[in-house]
Write a protein that binds this ligand. Structure first.
Ligand SMILES: Nc1nc2c(c(=O)[nH]1)N[C@H]1C(S)=C(S)[C@@H](COP(=O)(O)OP(=O)(O)OC[C@H]3O[C@@H](n4cnc5c(=O)[nH]c(N)nc54)[C@H](O)[C@@H]3O)O[C@H]1N2
Ligand SMILES: Nc1nc2c(c(=O)[nH]1)N[C@H]1C(S)=C(S)[C@@H](COP(=O)(O)OP(=O)(O)OC[C@H]3O[C@@H](n4cnc5c(=O)[nH]c(N)nc54)[C@H](O)[C@@H]3O)O[C@H]1N2
Ligand SMILES: [Mo]
Length: 773
């Protein structure tokens, strides 16, 4: 397989290196006779290897090169069709594709109305501020169709972003203006990280990152004597530089461990009573639960030991080490991407409150610190370029991870954040910049859900499984093939993203596709405001320039910015944000919770009367209990070698695979009795489906746990099977499609239970990257 460019893209001379940005880091690149050459940003102390996916991806056969229409849709017109996901595609001209799509959008808009269009289009897309696909599709649907049913929250933090406003206040402030990496380096004395702060994760930030500082900050803290304690089934969730103690816990048991830590503090009189009295509400109520006064079961270390797999003595010793020191409690996003995921987030706050360090530099609650590069940093003091999405004429929405429920159950009632809501009847789904066959759970169910639509439209740069389910597939450029501005609200460098290569085949920018489509619907002017892409960049640049001028800083005009290597933006002070202000004066700077305090008991949540999320943190029992059929717990976490499913066909991602399959980590003593050796292909399965994966053996994983990252492109051997086998290793054939709780309805993709068996006999080929027939 030759993944190098097939067409000459330079005039024989190598182009100069030009700056560009991606979610996984700033870089510069140039086209040479041998293809794309990429180099990391010179100011980046710890560049991310994921940029090496670009060269092989640019002209890969997996790119979509011309508009395509699914044969069944072309021949029979819109309507439910079980062939979605296994049909043929017919290449058509842009003219024809846009004529058919424009007519279909008008049919829906003027018939069932914009409330029958789902345009949530969740996904990370690419880093530029203008060609941000989700902003583009929303703007298009608002201007040309009168709106769309949207989605709220994210797959990242579905449970925590709903819970936190009730109990702690501003979610954005908690994650983006709280304890910084500089504070960890300078002040923390002990960091207890549930789910860790894996460097693979903080290598990524939406919009781009110029300096990967996390490794250095943790190393500085450790050198100063800060202790790190990792609670996770995987040792790699904290870098070696921390010298961390590893407490290898049973997945989804963290809430019990936190309770036992707090129980120990209380039993030994080590909890900060003054802090609890001054800054929290509901402690008494919770204490009765904690001590067992309420239900007869003290949540002590002896109780937690069998639930967590951590010895009672270890738990008690850890509680004593935490007390009276500048302690930072970190809870990763992963813990809440599970059934009952609200509990560890809430209980983490209670543990931090009992230690009394919230609002002090380097102490308290660093929720999700390290999960993404834009946490633990300072915010820019000038606005980043932002494309307006216009006004959505449809009020209806769903919690983002409830998409299959919505499509399968129009008119069905569901609970969300204290409301009883009803799923709308969606006829058309429009997706640009996301990959639901990457991000959603129970993919067989998702296929059945998409089969019920009249029309599925997808803009894609590659033949993802989502594109293969679409009726109309429109080829879009990848970031390297267009101009944009790279910026992120907490990275100090804003860069011109220069075009590095011409578009592949007939690919076009999302913006140009929407402009022509809007033209067919009488809305071109409203959508484009008469601007070309370059004119938009110039326009979007202005608020940042004005901000610089207001701050009395050099404010280069667009032409100067565009020709340069990027401009430094001023940043807000590292002031600890709202939690610090609250600590200093809880009357003057109350939290935005109903009581103005940290709510250990929430009257609001108690009033919702949800059994799976009562009025204070509780131990709901273990939702992922291995049994005879599925004796292993599977961790489906973020991949090291790519962002989600993006550029899975690139060289860096491909190099991590084993026999072409996604690697799965397993303990050697779990593998031996099953006859599984290093590099073997195994079959992971449960009631929903199965997938193949290539085994990597390691003692750095807890026994009884198997880890398989997300992001291998879904490649079902038989797409029509009720319980499909993905031959490539996508764990979302196995995960369960159920909300975190009736409170938040967040994604629960992180964990499930599986059987593991060696795959013997012939290996089915991976066809995920071959364009469809
Ligand atoms: N089991 C399990 N599942 C999970 C998770 C988990 O932990 N476990 N994590 C979840 C999380 S946190 C997240 S955020 C989601 C991520 O889910 P997604 O954000 O949907 O995943 P991506 O692979 O980033 O999808 C982006 C898609 O946009 C395309 N794209 C890139 N640039 C452009 C562009 O300019 N225009 C257009 N039209 N398309 C473009 C890419 O090719 C890619 O297919 O996954 C979730 N799913
Ligand atoms: N390289 C790379 N980086 C990424 C992404 C990517 O796709 N690739 N995605 C980005 C996105 S969108 C997001 S939202 C963040 C996600 O950030 P997270 O959700 O925090 O990341 P994960 O890697 O899914 O999980 C982190 C670790 O939690 C551990 N873990 C899982 N379950 C449990 C549990 O029950 N208890 C404990 N104690 N530990 C557990 C796992 O060992 C796992 O490695 O990552 C971001 N960073
Ligand atoms: Mo995410």
């Amino acid at each position: 397989m030759d993944d190098r460019p097939r067409i000459p893209e330079t005039d024989g001379e190598d182009a100069p290196f030009r700056p560009h940005s991606s979610h996984w880091g700033l870089f510069s690149a140039r086209m040479t006779g041998d293809g794309l050459q990429v180099r990391a940003h010179p100011g980046d102390p710890d560049p991310n290897g994921i940029i090496d996916n670009f060269p092989g991806a640019l002209r890969h056969r997996a790119r979509v090169t011309q508009p395509m229409i699914r044969r069944g849709w072309l021949e029979n017109g819109p309507g439910p069709d079980p062939r979605r996901g296994r049909d043929e595609y017919v290449p058509v001209s842009w003219e024809k594709a846009l004529d058919l799509l424009g007519a279909e959008l008008l049919r829906i808009r003027d018939g069932a109305g914009p409330g029958a269009i789902f345009g949530g289009s969740y996904g990370w897309a690419s880093a530029g501020r203008f060609h941000h696909a989700q902003s583009q599709v929303h703007r298009f649907l608002n201007t040309a169709c009168g709106g769309y049913v949207r989605s709220v929250n994210s797959y990242s933090s579905g449970a925590s972003s709903v819970l936190i406003p009730h109990v702690m206040g501003d979610y954005n402030g908690l994650t983006k203006r709280n304890v910084t990496w500089d504070q960890v380096a300078d002040h923390s004395e002990i960091v207890l990280a549930f789910g860790g702060m894996a460097l693979k994760n903080s290598m990524v930030a939406g919009g781009g990152v110029s300096r990967h500082v996390e490794r250095g900050a943790m190393a500085r803290a450790a050198a100063r004597g800060c202790e790190f304690v990792l609670v996770s089934p995987l040792r790699d969730d904290l870098p070696g530089e921390t010298g961390a103690q590893w407490l290898s816990c049973i997945p989804a048991s963290d809430t019990a461990l936190m309770m036992a830590l707090v129980h120990t503090l209380v039993a030994e009189g080590l909890h900060d009573r003054a802090f609890l009295a001054r800054y929290t509400t509901g402690w008494d109520r919770f204490e009765r639960y904690l001590t067992g006064e309420e239900d007869g079961q003290p949540k002590d270390a002896a109780w937690a030991a069998p639930l967590t797999g951590i010895a009672a003595g270890e738990i008690i010793a850890l509680a004593r080490r935490l007390a009276g020191r500048r302690a930072l409690i970190v809870v990763s996003h992963s813990l809440q991407r599970a059934e009952g995921g609200e509990q560890p987030v809430w209980m983490g706050m209670v543990l931090a409150a009992a230690l009394g360090q919230i609002g002090l530099p380097g102490g308290g609650y660093g929720y999700a610190l390290g999960a993404i590069a834009y946490y633990g940093r300072r915010n820019n003091a000038v606005p980043a370029p932002t494309l307006s999405q216009g006004r959505n004429g449809v009020a209806d929405y769903i919690p983002v991870a409830r998409i299959a429920d919505m499509l399968l159950g129009p008119g069905t009632a569901y609970r969300y954040n204290g409301q009883t809501r009803t799923y709308p009847d969606i006829r058309l789904v429009y997706w640009a910049g996301g990959n639901p066959f990457h991000h959603h759970q129970d993919l067989a169910r998702l296929t059945r859900a998409f089969a019920r639509l009249d029309t599925l439209v997808v803009h894609e740069l590659g033949w993802t499984a989502t594109a293969r389910h679409a009726d109309i597939v429109l080829p879009c450029t990848m970031t390297l093939e267009r101009e944009d501005i790279g910026a992120c609200s907490n990275d100090p460098l804003m860069v011109p993203m220069r075009r590095l290569a011409p578009p592949v085949g007939e690919a076009r920018d999302d913006y140009d596709i929407f402009a022509d489509l809007a033209g067919r619907m009488g809305a071109r002017e409203a959508f484009t405001e008469g601007r070309t892409s370059r004119q938009w960049l110039e326009h979007l640049y202005q608020p940042t320039r004005e901000g610089l001028a207001r701050a009395g800083l050099p404010a280069p005009d667009f032409a100067e910015f565009w020709e340069g290597e990027g401009i430094e933006l001023p940043q807000d002070p590292d002031d600890g944000g709202y939690l610090c202000a609250f600590r200093a004066d809880p009357q003057a700077a109350p939290l935005s919770t109903p009581s103005g305090r940290l709510e250990i008991f929430s009257e609001t949540i108690a009033g919702f009367a949800e059994p799976d999320c009562p009025g204070h943190p509780v131990w709901l029992g273990q939702p992922y209990r291995p049994d005879a059929e599925t004796p292993f717990v599977l961790i489906a976490n973020q991949p090291r070698t790519r962002l989600h499913s993006q550029l899975d066909f690139g060289g860096h991602s491909a190099a991590s695979k084993r026999q072409g399959r996604e690697p799965a980590l397993m303990h050697p003593e779990d593998a031996a009795p099953l006859g599984i050796a290093e590099g073997d292909v195994v079959r992971l399965s449960n009631a929903r489906g199965a997938c193949l994966a290539g085994i990597a053996l390691s003692r750095d994983i807890r026994r009884g746990v198997v880890q398989l990252a997300t992001g291998a492109w879904y490649d079902p051997l038989d797409p029509a099977a009720e319980h499909p086998l993905c031959v490539h290793g996508n764990p979302n054939v196995l995960t369960r499609d159920i909300g975190s709780s009736a409170l938040a309805q967040g994604c629960t993709g992180q964990l499930t239970t599986v059987a593991v068996a060696r795959h013997d006999g012939p290996l089915p080929p991976v066809r995920a990257f071959d364009p469809p027939a």
